[in-house]
Design a protein around this ligand. Structure first.
Ligand SMILES: [Zn+2]
Length: 70
């Protein structure tokens, strides 16, 4: 099982079940248990896909964030 969650910086991350912490590319180390879990998936492929999909929904294809989405 993999958990999908977000860092405070807004990036979407995934962590394997049982992993205590996950380091974001922004440099922050996140405690997986303390995060709000958006989704749970079975495989790493699904986790990777879910992260990509969420990032696309959040940032869109332009790379800009709308103020209304914050
Ligand atoms: Zn981050």
């Amino acid at each position: 099982m993999y958990y999908i969650f977000r860092c405070d910086c807004g990036r979407v991350l995934y962590a394997k079940e049982g992993v205590a912490t996950r380091k974001c590319v922004c440099g922050k180390t996140l405690k997986v248990k303390g995060r709000r879990i958006f989704k749970k998936v079975e495989t790493r492929e699904e986790a990777s896909y879910a992260v990509q999909k969420m990032q696309d929904e959040i940032y869109g294809n332009t790379g800009f964030i709308k103020a209304s989405d914050l």
